[in-house]
Design a protein around this ligand. Structure first.
Ligand code: PLP
Length: 373
C-alpha cells in the first residue's frame, strides 16, 4: 500500500545526527533505568524482580498490573478497556486499521501527528482537514468542524494537547465537539500522548474515552513519563472497539515486550512523582522560550498550555524549510520546519530538556535572524 512520506520523521532522520543544538525533540528529558528505579524507592527489589523475569511473550494482552495502571489515568476506564501497543504510533495505526475502510469519511485537525491523515488516506478514505488557526489560539473552529462533518462521517481525529501548538481543548469545547460527532454517530480518535502535561491546574484534562461512548483515546509512556525508549503505548476505548483492535493487533503486535511492560508498570505506580518532575522541567523550558519570543521582534508565539512544544511564527522571506536548513548548516541549531506539519512560516521548538542548550541555541538563533534582515 502506498503511503505519503512521514515528513517529521524524514526531517529527523536527515538532520538529527548532525545537530549541535537539537530543539526539535518533543520529549521531557528521558529517564535512565537507574533514575526510574530510584524514583520508586525500591531499586534493589525491582532489580531482583527484573533479573528473574523470563523473556517469553508475557501476557499477550498486557499484564494485569500494567492495564490497571493505565486505566487509572482515566476516570471511567477499567483494564478491559485498555490494549497496550508498540508506542502511541502503534496505537494510532491499530485504530486506523480497525476503524477505517476505503471511501470512509474522516475529518482531522491539522497541525497534528501525520498518521492521522496519511494513514486513512493510504487506505483510500476521504480525508478532510480542519486547519487550526493562530487567531483562535490554535483551537478548532466549531462552525468549520460542523461544516466538514457530514452525516456519514466515520471518524474525527483530534490531538489533545496538540503537538506542535501546545493548545489544550477546554473541557466544554470537547463536549461541543462530541455533540457534532453524535449527529453523524462518528467515532472520535483523540491522540492524547501529551495528556498529563497540562501546564496549569490538573495536568490531566478530560479524556475523550471517559466522556464519549465512541471516544477512542491513544496514549503512551513516551512524553508524560519520559520513557520513549520503552516503545509502549495503548488504546483506551469501549469493549467493542477494543475487540476490533485486538483482532488486528494479533497480526502486528502479538504482545508488547515483557521488559517494557515491567518498567511501564513501575512508572505508572509512581506517576505523581514523574509528572511533578516533568512539569517542573516544562515550566523552566517554557519560560526560556516565552522570554525569548517576547524579546525577539521577528517571531510571535501563542503561549502553549500543555505538552512540550511551541509553534512559533516568524517574519522573514524564507520558507520554513529554507530557514531550518540554512540555520542548521550555519549554526548547528536544529529546529523543525512548520512545512513538515503543513504550516509554512512556522517553526516547532521543543522545550522539555537541556535548558542551557535551549537558552544558548535561542541566542544563536536570534543573532542569526539579525543577519537575515
Ligand atoms: C502527537 C503524537 N502522537 C504520537 C506520537 C508517537 O509517540 P510514541 O513514542 O508513543 O510512539 C508522537 C511522537 O512524537 C506524537 O507527538
Amino acid at each position: 500500500m502506498k503511503i505519503d512520506k512521514f515528513k517529521v520523521e524524514e526531517w529527523f532522520n536527515k538532520y538529527e545526527k548532525d545537530a549541535v543544538y537539537d530543539l526539535a525533540d518533543t520529549c521531557v528529558e528521558s529517564l535512565s533505568v537507574d533514575e526510574l528505579l530510584r524514583i520508586t524507592g525500591n531499586k534493589d527489589r525491582l532489580i531482583k524482580e527484573i533479573f528473574s523475569r523470563k523473556l517469553n511473550y508475557g501476557d499477550i494482552l498486557g499484564s494485569p498490573k500494567l492495564k490497571k495502571g493505565i486505566s487509572k489515568l482515566y476516570k471511567n476506564q477499567s483494564p478491559q478497556n485498555i490494549t497496550p501497543t508498540h508506542g502511541a504510533i502503534g496505537a494510532n495505526q491499530l485504530v486506523m486499521l480497525s476503524m477505517v475502510e476505503p471511501k470512509d469519511k474522516v475529518v482531522t485537525v491539522i497541525p497534528t501527528y501525520q498518521q492521522h491523515y496519511s494513514i486513512p488516506k493510504s487506505f483510500g478514505a476521504n480525508v478532510k482537514t480542519l486547519r487550526l488557526k493562530e487567531e483562535n489560539n490554535w483551537l478548532p473552529d466549531l462552525n468549520e468542524l460542523e461544516n466538514l462533518v457530514k452525516k456519514d462521517t466515520k471518524l474525527i481525529c483530534l490531538n489533545n494537547p496538540n503537538n506542535p501548538t501546545g493548545a489544550v481543548i477546554p473541557d466544554e469545547m470537547l463536549r461541543n465537539i462530541i455533540q457534532i460527532a453524535q449527529k453523524s454517530n462518528a467515532y472520535i480518535l483523540s491522540d492524547e500522548v501529551y495528556r498529563g502535561l497540562n501546564h496549569k491546574g490538573n495536568p490531566f484534562s478530560e479524556s475523550i474515552a471517559d466522556i464519549y461512548e465512541k471516544g477512542i483515546s491513544t496514549g503512551s509512556m513516551s512524553k508524560v513519563f519520559s520513557l520513549a525508549g520503552l516503545r509502549l503505548g495503548w488504546v483506551a476505548a469501549n469493549k467493542d472497539v477494543i475487540n476490533k483492535i485486538n483482532s488486528q493487533r494479533q497480526y502486528n503486535t502479538i504482545s508488547i515486550s515483557v521488559l517494557d511492560d515491567f518498567f511501564a508498570s513501575v512508572a505508572l505506580e509512581n506517576k505523581d512523582k514523574i509528572i511533578t518532575r516533568n512539569l517542573e522541567k516544562i515550566n523552566i523550558g517554557k519560560k526560556i522560550v516565552m522570554d525569548w519570543a517576547k524579546s525577539e521582534p521577528l517571531v510571535t508565539l501563542i503561549p502553549p498550555n500543555g505538552g512540550t512544544t511551541a509553534f512559533v511564527k516568524y517574519d522573514l522571506p524564507l520558507t520554513s524549510t529554507e530557514l531550518c536548513k540554512k540555520l542548521q548548516q550555519e549554526t548547528g541549531v536544529m529546529i523543525l520546519p512548520g512545512e513538515t506539519l503543513e504550516y509554512n512560516k512556522y517553526l516547532r521548538i521543543g522545550y522539555g530538556n537541556n535548558f542551557d542548550r535551549l537558552e544558548t541555541a535561542l541566542k544563536i538563533f536570534s543573532n542569526w535572524l539579525r543577519k537575515q534582515i
